[in-house]
Design a protein around this ligand. Sequence first.
Ligand SMILES: C[S@@+](CC[C@H](N)C(=O)[O-])C[C@H]1O[C@@H](n2cnc3c(N)ncnc32)[C@H](O)[C@@H]1O
Length: 295
Amino acid sequence: MPTPTAFYKSQDKDFTLIQGDCVELLNSFDFKFDMIFADPPYHLSNGGISIQSGVPVSVNKGKWDKSQGFEEDYKFDKTWLAACREHLKSDGTIWVSGTYHNIFSVARCLTELDFKILNCITWVKTNPPPNLSCRYFTYSAEYILWARKEQKVGHYYNYELMKEINGGTQMRDVWTLPAIAPWEKSCGKHPTQKPLCVLSRIIQASTKPGAWILDPFTGSSTTGIAATLLGRRFLGIDQEEKFLEMSRARREELNSYNRRGELLEKLEKQAKLFRDSDIRVLGEPQAYYGPELPF
Ligand SMILES: C[S@@+](CC[C@H](N)C(=O)[O-])C[C@H]1O[C@@H](n2cnc3c(N)ncnc32)[C@H](O)[C@@H]1O
């Protein structure tokens, strides 16, 4: 496969999108990232019902999220995680989000591929949708595995900043943060858009400004938007054009200085609401992170 062409590149070259299957695309170029965040298909679009704004809705997110059975889903996870591993620097880390539908498969694959799992974050949502059946507990959490590439090469963790954000005590592996808010959907709706507050914390915990971040299942590019707001560089991959268009629109919004300020302010307010003292942009260590993408 030839080197990919960018679907979109921001003027400052810090935010690039490419379209296609992430495994095929990752196998077509050679570039190493400092951090990867992946929000892969959870394989839970199998006909269930949930509630949105008080109205029953199908949980089906799209064809891409349908389960092909445990073995096939596991093979899929193993293939994309192996491709991601090839694109991590030796001191790089990967974060993968999920629910019980996929997270155990991901944990098994990470271990088999010789990653070292560092944490399993439980993200407790402050505003989960109610359980319709009333026959079991309300789903109110997602899990985010954090792993480093090499068993014996150290990784970056901004311990001090996390502690400060947590009011002066060590940040724990249970994060109480809200689900997506309406102000984050100004450029359209992605069925599984992640909130900026979760991605901001992940990025600040595990990278320095200037770092290169990859999201192989970028959707509406929450990872990339948080990366731009925090001064990191970003490559996002998705197979669906409509999601890449949404990503482009979200990035172009940030060309407005006012919109950037507005988003940072919202993030700060949101974080304060949940007892985090700051979404810090200043005061982080600076580092040199190498050249530009080859496309
Ligand atoms: C869970 S969503 C990611 C949402 C994203 N975190 C956000 O905040 O908008 C997963 C995305 O992966 C894309 N996708 C699924 N399989 C893919 C594949 N093999 N290669 C590239 N993209 C894929 C889907 O189109 C979908 O947009």
